[in-house]
Design a protein around this ligand. Structure first.
Ligand code: SF4
Ligand code: SF4
Ligand code: SF4
Length: 447
């Protein structure tokens, strides 16, 4: 399968199966259509000599396995059903409570549709034991502290980390902790602790003040930008601008989200992520199919601005444009998906286990409960099968080696079926992959 497109006036050809990316001139770009569709217009546009030269180049790439390469035969793919079923990561919902009530909050102000509650240290310890017990021979494990707002339960976070550090020594494991926070409760003590213990932190900030304050509001309805920003900046500076992401959400209300990314960069943040809101309730801020063209154009504008800033020595990283073209197609990722419900589980404050944070509280998705931790084989089996390989839409998609088959939670929310990729999400993913490849290609052109 070959995918060709123009972006930033660069003709880009992706040979999907080999992962080869080619920056080609107009005639080779046009010839690919000629080969595929037999379009005679090419003979009026180029001379016979030019056509034969371009054909020669295409034939050479084909012979080298870098164009029109075949998909690997199924029997050549690793048999994931035969793998040892291990759990690599847990998302601990240490607080089903929040000090904000963001309008777009999928967690319904952190409660996930239940009651406000905090995880006990006992449940947190049981989660660490469960992870280690189910990790097989895997050494590197991950625990994410999530909420609601996890710093509402800071003492328990500290206790779980201490317990985890003792447990990793006893069992020869290494646990990487991360925490997601809105930043409002940060103080000297929590900042010091996060810098010492958290491998990564995710900081919630949507961008421009008016954009942020439109959605991320306190209980009294006032915006949280001015309260959060100084604390988030201080934390990032105290970490030496390493191992963090500032993560925002964009909605229909800010389809010009490139401005928000640039605003975050202007504030000094260098690691930025902006996610499209996922809302299937028909809210006025939900993204609709009519918005896709505007969002695609905005992703492209963002990529161009990033190139501009890079050339001015003010470059920044955009999470969705980080793509590895050097390793070739990621077959392992394609086979395993994001790992929800199999290698990655979420733990609610009461110890209930779910396929991931976005399924917490959804009826029919509770997989088990700590401390026993016996997992529902039926739910696990459904997620085991929920792989890009098994989804018809993914098999024909050029982005299949860069996308892990889409988000099962978004699919479920949109259609009630975890196997049916959320089409709006797919369109955006494909555009992000195109932009990410263009940035790599532009980098190569500059070199
Ligand atoms: S800070 Fe997070 S958990 Fe709290 S209301 Fe906002 S989106 Fe929801
Ligand atoms: S973008 Fe959608 S169709 Fe393409 S691989 Fe990802 S989930 Fe599958
Ligand atoms: S199902 Fe979606 S939200 Fe859950 S872990 Fe996978 S990608 Fe993330």
């Amino acid at each position: 399968m070959v995918h060709k497109y123009k972006c930033n006036n660069i003709n880009i050809v992706l040979d999907v199966n080999s992962g080869s990316v080619h920056v080609v001139d107009d005639i080779v770009f046009d010839m690919l259509d000629y080969i595929k569709y037999g379009n005679n217009a090419i003979e009026n546009k180029y001379s016979r000599y030019e056509i034969s030269e371009a054909l020669e180049e295409i034939t050479k790439l084909k012979q080298q396995g870098m164009l029109f390469s075949e998909e690997p035969p199924r029997e050549a793919l690793p048999d994931i059903a035969a793998r040892e079923p291990v759990i690599k990561a847990l998302c601990l919902h240490v607080a089903h409570d929040c000090n904000l009530k963001c309008r777009y909050c999928f967690a319904r102000e952190g409660t996930y549709g239940g009651v406000r509650s905090l995880m006990s240290l006992e449940t947190g310890r049981a989660a660490v034991d469960f992870l280690i017990k189910n990790s097989g021979s895997r050494r590197n494990l991950e625990i994410d502290f999530f909420g609601g707002e996890p710093l509402l339960n800071f003492e328990t976070v500290k206790g779980i980390v201490q317990y985890g550090r003792e447990a990793e020594k006893r069992h020869g494991k290494h646990i990487r902790f991360t925490l997601t926070t809105n930043g409002l409760l940060l103080d000297d003590e929590s900042e010091r602790f996060l810098n010492e213990e958290m491998h990564n932190i995710v900081l919630s900030l949507d961008g421009r003040r008016e954009v942020h304050d439109n959605m991320r509001v306190a209980r009294g309805g006032q915006g949280s930008y001015d309260a959060a920003l100084p604390k988030l900046r201080h934390l990032v500076e105290s970490r030496g601008h390493e191992n963090y992401y500032v993560r925002g959400t964009f909605t229909r209300a800010n389809l010009d989200f490139c401005e928000d990314a640039l605003h975050l960069a202007d504030l000094g943040f260098r690691r930025i992520s902006l996610e499209p809101v996922v809302d299937c309730t028909g809210a006025d801020y939900a993204i609709t199919p009519e918005d896709l063209d505007a969002i695609s154009a905005e992703y492209e504008r963002l990529a161009l601005k990033m190139l501009e800033r890079k050339s001015n020595g003010q470059g920044f990283t955009f999470f969705h444009y980080v793509i590895d073209l050097t390793g070739g197609p990621c077959v392992a990722k394609r086979l395993t998906g994001c790992g929800a419900g199999t290698e990655y589980l979420a733990v609610a404050p009461d110890g209930a286990l779910y396929p991931c944070h976005q399924f917490v509280g959804i009826a029919g998705f509770e997989m088990g409960r700590l401390p026993e931790g016996n997992l529902d084989a039926g739910i696990r089996g459904r997620f085991e099968k929920c792989r890009p390989e098994a989804k018809a839409a993914c098999r024909e998609c050029f982005a299949k080696f860069y996308c892990c088959g889409g988000c099962a939670a978004a699919a479920y929310n949109a259609s009630g079926d975890i196997m049916k990729p959320y089409e709006i999400g797919c369109e955006l993913e494909r555009k992000r992959v195109e932009c990410a490849i263009m940035l790599e290609a532009a980098g190569e052109k500059e070199a």
